[in-house]
Write a protein that binds this ligand. Sequence first.
Ligand SMILES: NC(=O)C1=CN([C@@H]2O[C@H](COP(=O)(O)OP(=O)(O)OC[C@H]3O[C@@H](n4cnc5c(N)ncnc54)[C@H](OP(=O)(O)O)[C@@H]3O)[C@@H](O)[C@H]2O)C=CC1
Ligand SMILES: O=C(O)[C@@H]1CCC=N1
Length: 272
Amino acid sequence: MSDTRIAFIGAGNMAASLIGGLRAQGLDAKQIRASDPGAETRSRVQAEHGIEVFEDNAQAIADADVIVLAVKPQVMKAVCQDLQASLRDGQLIVSIAAGITCASLQDWLGARPVVRCMPNTPALLRQGVSGLYATAEVSSAQRQQAEQLLSAVGTALWLDQEQQLDAVTAVSGSGPAYFFLLIEAMTAAGEKLGLPRETASQLTLQTALGAARMAVASDVDAAELRRRVTSPAGTTEAAIKSFQGNAFEAIVEQALQAAATRSAELAEQLGK
Ligand SMILES: NC(=O)C1=CN([C@@H]2O[C@H](COP(=O)(O)OP(=O)(O)OC[C@H]3O[C@@H](n4cnc5c(N)ncnc54)[C@H](OP(=O)(O)O)[C@@H]3O)[C@@H](O)[C@H]2O)C=CC1
Ligand SMILES: O=C(O)[C@@H]1CCC=N1
């Protein structure tokens, strides 16, 4: 990453998380450029991260070694078709879009090296996790560039099969939203049980953080950690029985299946 120049096409939520993480990791503002049609988005990202943000995508990618496609899947085809004429040989394309296949990207951009990946928003705090898949055209140096880009903002895991990205999207791409939903629900329930909202919120957030840190640091699995909280005939057991009586595991499985199915559907609907 020391002298790699990176251009982000689209400077929305996920691009801003990645740019913030890269800047926090020490990447010089001059190494990062972005483009976005929104004047407000351009000023905000420029002010927050000190990078140049252009209206014109072609301007952003001039001189870039790595081009990160960070637009919504629905506009990806048009964005790629516009960009194609401005690309130079040797530039690596990294797409973060859910459900847009490498075959579609290569159809729209030509047979260029493409890394398709699925990051998540905790990248902003350099606590992200990404799955990555490389096409045959990607050189080992470019593989390293993509890995360095994503590992600058968290953990980067290579996949053998592109299709596995549907599952990665379901687990970790969308995953932060599931935890936020649980945080919202626990905070609301704490309030209903008589706590001031701020107290319920602090208790929930610190519990989420503490539990995640314990699970990461522990040499036993989550089931064992749960068992250690759950006293026989105690309060946790009462809560877990209630969760499982309402088919908690099935609810989670169905939700992740819905996300993976949607990822595959996007590939069908928006692909070449
Ligand atoms: N958010 C997340 O947690 C994650 C998102 N992703 C993927 O990242 C991608 C971006 O998502 P997200 O950041 O949430 O979306 P956002 O809508 O926040 O960001 C996309 C940005 O692209 C801009 N844009 C639209 N058209 C163009 C164009 N022609 N050229 C350049 N920029 C353009 C949009 O502007 P405007 O709003 O004005 O249209 C917007 O600012 C998606 O493909 C998504 O699947 C992947 C992992 C996690
Ligand atoms: O909801 C979405 O489609 C994107 C992809 C993963 C997270 N956000």
